[in-house]
Write a protein that binds this ligand. Structure first.
Ligand code: PMP
Length: 406
């Protein structure tokens, strides 16, 4: 049974007023709120077992290590990775993508090609540009159409023996468009030996992930968008590739032996986890997985898709409102503008006065904004605790903003 009131009661932050109005939090694409169970898990670590991991033989250190490894195994199961050591703790999606782009440096040479898409967040653009600068490789971009749908015939024409990496998101943070990942990966496998990187920052919170079925080489996501603390994230990589590539950061924890002449690296996953990790956060990420699994990911997806359909229907009743990517399959996000009102932040400020938190601006996707020739959009993004009544208030708020700004 999907019990929305019970779910909401686990998020005390929602139970407040902002600017004198009940808070309506619709900025989940930027970061979600956290349930009590997540910060209890974090508190338990800091109040009962705080110690550094993997180092000491003392009891607390062993307990902390054990708890973090339990969390790693939860995440392994959550995304269906084959082995727990294919799960690397990171600070978030951005760090995961930078790690991959850096670690692949030795496998990329001048005139090789890296393919991304027009729908990417800056963090799935810039690390590849930096890799191109280091190696002389070229960046190519899968185009999209007016509906935010990727034009995959580009892959048929451009995949070849020079393609070394294809990196795309599963869900666009700016438009909510769900990309046909299976089709993309099957094209890549048929036409090249390229490695496939999937940015799952906006998909993990909303849909079940199976990295083995997907057959990607890397999959990255952030904990803070899926009910876990900030500063947490995951990089999944296939074992054979993680073994082959160089580490990103050097330091403690990631060595097997270290002399001034030569250092050998620790086994997976520690080769990619230099330094003291965010132990409390990583443990709490496991609690966030428990939270999602307890509700059931199908239930979460079902509720959020119903919210999206309802929001789209209510918003499109407003004359002059354009939803971007409307005709594409989408999840979690509705991104829109009002005709004649060029500054999305004006709308956002009026909504804020009504207690409604949305994101405005370019959403770290300037190429998408350039495509539509706009400076930004208003983005409402959903989580499991949002309600249909909140969408009604949002639609009313947008009408009010339209009246005030016209
Ligand atoms: N990719 C996508 C699709 C995102 O939505 C985000 C966050 N907005 C990122 C990457 C970067 O995530 P983080 O800031 O958590 O590293």
């Amino acid at each position: 049974m999907f019990d929305l009131q019970n779910i909401r009661s686990q998020f005390p932050i929602l139970n407040q007023t902002v600017n004198g109005k009940p808070l309506i939090y619709l900025d989940n694409g930027a970061t979600s709120q956290k349930p009590v169970s997540v910060f209890e898990s974090w508190m338990k670590y800091y109040t009962e077992i705080n110690a550094n991991v993997h180092r000491g033989i003392h009891t607390l250190s062993q307990l902390a290590t054990e708890e973090m490894e339990v969390s790693r195994r939860k995440i392994q199961r959550f995304v269906n990775a084959k082995n727990d050591y294919e799960i690397i703790f990171t600070k978030g999606t951005t760090e995961g993508l930078n790690l991959i782009a850096y670690s692949l440096t030795n496998l990329v040479k001048k005139n090789d090609e890296i393919i991304i898409s027009h729908l990417e967040h800056h963090s799935n653009i810039v690390p590849w540009q930096m890799l191109c600068e280091r190696t002389g490789a070229k960046l190519k971009v899968i185009p999209m159409d007016e509906n935010g749908i990727l034009q995959l015939d580009f892959l048929d024409k451009n995949l070849n023996e020079k393609t070394k990496i294809v990196s795309v998101n599963q869900v666009s943070n700016a438009l909510g468009v769900v990309n046909p990942i299976e089709e993309i990966i099957s094209k890549v496998r048929k036409n090249s030996d390229a490695l496939v990187v999937i940015d799952g920052a906006q998909s993990v919170p909303h849909m079940k992930i199976d990295v083995q079925k997907m057959d990607c080489d890397f999959f990255v996501f952030s904990g803070h968008k899926m009910y876990a603390p900030m500063g947490t994230g995951i990089l999944y990589g296939k074992e054979e590739i993680l073994r082959k590539i160089q580490p990103f950061h050097g330091g403690g924890e990631m060595i097997a032996t270290c002399t001034f002449e030569k250092t050998t690296y620790a086994d997976l996953p520690f080769k990619f986890e230099a330094g003291t990790p965010n132990v409390g956060g990583n443990i709490a990420l496991g609690a966030a997985v428990d939270f999602m699994e307890k509700i059931g990911q199908e239930q979460i997806q079902h509720h959020e898709n119903a919210l999206l359909d309802y929001a789209q229907q209510k918003l499109l009743e407003i004359e002059g409102l354009r939803i971007y990517g409307e005709k594409a399959k989408r999840t979690g996000v509705v991104s829109f503008n009002l005709e004649g009102i060029g500054i999305s932040s004006d709308v956002g400020m009026i909504l804020d006065k009504l207690g409604i938190a949305v994101r405005t601006g370019h959403h770290c996707t300037q190429p998408i904004m350039n495509f539509f020739n706009i400076a930004g959009t208003v983005r409402a993004s959903f989580a499991v605790y949002n309600t249909f009544e909140e969408i009604d208030v949002l639609a009313e708020g947008v009408r009010k903003a339209k009246r005030m700004l016209s």
